[in-house]
Write a protein that binds this ligand. Structure first.
Ligand SMILES: Cc1cc2nc3c(=O)[nH]c(=O)nc-3n(C[C@H](O)[C@H](O)[C@H](O)COP(=O)(O)OP(=O)(O)OC[C@H]3O[C@@H](n4cnc5c(N)ncnc54)[C@H](O)[C@@H]3O)c2cc1C
Length: 432
């Protein structure tokens, strides 16, 4: 059964909303003029903006296993992004609302509120500018962000959070001193622990060294690497993924971490990852020599349930076959047939990855079926195709993995075939 994700989200949103809710009783009395209403809104947007920023920071810790109650790291990241985006909008509104409130007294008061020379006020502006600088690429203001540059820029979030806390501690009088101290210290400690884990502990102790012991090329632009542990072996579940950081000085992707799904069965002594050339770092992996050292961090993800409760339909797109391959290899090694239907969406016959291995496994499983959807013959995946090859689709739990356009097509086809959204689980191979 899939674990409920609702309670973990409720905890996060409750913590993010708590400071603003605690402030409401102190803001409520005396809200009889529009100026006071604007002032109260200005204060509460500042409080919620900061609490959401701190919760967004707390969610970036990437402790293996912490992501599972949220439905995996991709879903946890989406929550992190949502909190960050709402915090950004609230913090933009915060000074403007305070200035509008002051404009009820005089224009000078409004300008004085916006451009006060008090250090705490200046720190507030610097925090907001730093926030704009690191959030702009996330909003895609300058087109698709270049991942590594965007990640470096994201470190400005540390400056933002520290300055915003100083600004609030020195200027805000909405919450009584002891309550403000308790609330902001708790949230700041959560954020600090998460950032310390991510940037200090995970970097030095949270990664395990592995060596490339075998390099295979299932297609021209795909490589499957076998990685042997130098120290302890990673424990993981089929379909989970890891961050790989190669130790290849002078090569593209050196010291860059990238997420790749484990295509091996969890009880294999070594790890396997299948990598498609999608950019400079993944391209460099195609020519990686045996013996190269790589750092492995993880495992992450919560794609498959602990115990399947109904027959499954798997939809894979191209290299998105990797989590399914892990499940197939696990079942083959355990001699335990699966009850699944795999629709593998590929461009043409040359792009049908791991074809022999998949065909051999499915041939031995009477209750399973393998269908290959060739794009050049069938066009994009659609409802008619799915219902033709899998007439009982509406009764199944569906797992989809691949590029975003396939995910979107599959979701809309499954929706019109009557598969409820709660029975569709997706894993996107996109920027996190
Ligand atoms: C959960 C998950 C599992 C994945 N599993 C596999 C797999 O099994 N096999 C495989 O070939 N690919 C997998 N990917 C995709 C793989 O991470 C990217 O192809 C790789 O990071 C591209 O890096 P690059 O520098 O070569 O390409 P770039 O030129 O930097 O980017 C090419 C594309 O990859 C995306 N990308 C770049 N860096 C990252 C990153 N750190 N995280 C996520 N996306 C990124 C970019 O947005 C762009 O769309 C997975 C991605 C995710 C999120």
């Amino acid at each position: 059964m899939r674990r409920p994700m609702v309670s973990s989200r409720v905890v996060v949103w409750s913590l993010a909303l708590l400071p603003g809710l605690l402030a409401l009783p102190f803001l409520w009395p005396g809200l009889d003029q529009s100026r006071e209403v604007l002032n109260a809104l200005g204060r509460v947007t500042g409080i919620w903006g900061l609490s959401m920023l701190l919760m967004a920071a707390a969610l970036c810790c990437r402790v293996p296993g912490f992501d599972r109650p949220f439905g995996g790291l991709t879903k946890l990241w989406q929550l992190h992004h949502r909190l960050g985006a709402i915090a950004f909008l609230l913090l933009l509104a915060h000074p403007l609302l305070l200035a509008f409130a002051a404009a009820g007294t005089s224009l000078d008061a409004a300008i004085g509120t916006l451009f006060s020379t008090q250090p705490a006020s200046v720190w507030g502006w610097v925090a907001l500018l730093a926030l704009m600088a690191f959030m702009a690429p996330s909003f895609g203001f300058f087109g698709e962000p270049e991942y590594q540059r965007w990640k470096w820029l994201h470190r400005l979030s540390g400056v933002t959070v520290i300055l915003a806390l100083l600004h609030t501690g020195l200027l805000s009088r909405t919450l009584p001193g002891w309550l403000a101290w308790g609330v902001w210290t708790t949230l700041a400690l959560l954020a600090l622990s998460a950032l310390s884990y991510r940037w200090l502990y995970a970097r030095w102790r949270g990664r395990s060294p592995y060596r490339v012991t075998r390099v295979a090329h299932p297609a021209r632009d795909v490589v499957e690497l076998t990685l042997a542990p130098e120290r302890q072996r990673l424990c993981y579940r089929a379909g989970q993924f890891v961050y790989l950081t190669p130790d290849r000085v002078g090569q593209a992707g050196h010291r860059e971490e990238h997420p790749y799904t484990l295509s091996s069965a969890p009880d294999e002594p070594d790890l396997r990852v299948a990598i498609k050339d999608l950019g400079d770092a993944s391209h460099a992996m195609l020519s990686i020599p045996e013996g190269t050292r790589l750092w492995v961090e993880g495992p992450y993800g919560d794609f498959f349930p602990d115990a399947p409760s109904r027959p499954e339909l798997w939809i894979a797109g191209g290299i998105g076959v990797t989590p399914f391959l892990g499940r197939v290899r696990e079942a083959v090694r355990a001699g335990r047939p699966l009850q699944v239907h795999l629709i593998d969406c590929v461009q043409d016959e040359t792009r049908f990855l791991f074809a022999d291995e998949l065909k051999a496994a499915f041939e031995h499983w009477p209750d399973s079926r393998l269908t290959v959807h060739y794009f050049y013959r069938e066009g994009p995946l659609n409802r008619a195709f799915i219902e033709r090859v899998c007439p009982d689709v509406a009764e199944r739990a569906v797992y989809v993995c691949g590029p975003l356009p396939l995910l979107e097509r599959a979701r809309s086809a499954l929706d019109s075939s009557g598969v409820p959204a709660r029975r569709i689980v997706t894993e996107e191979f996109v920027l996190l």
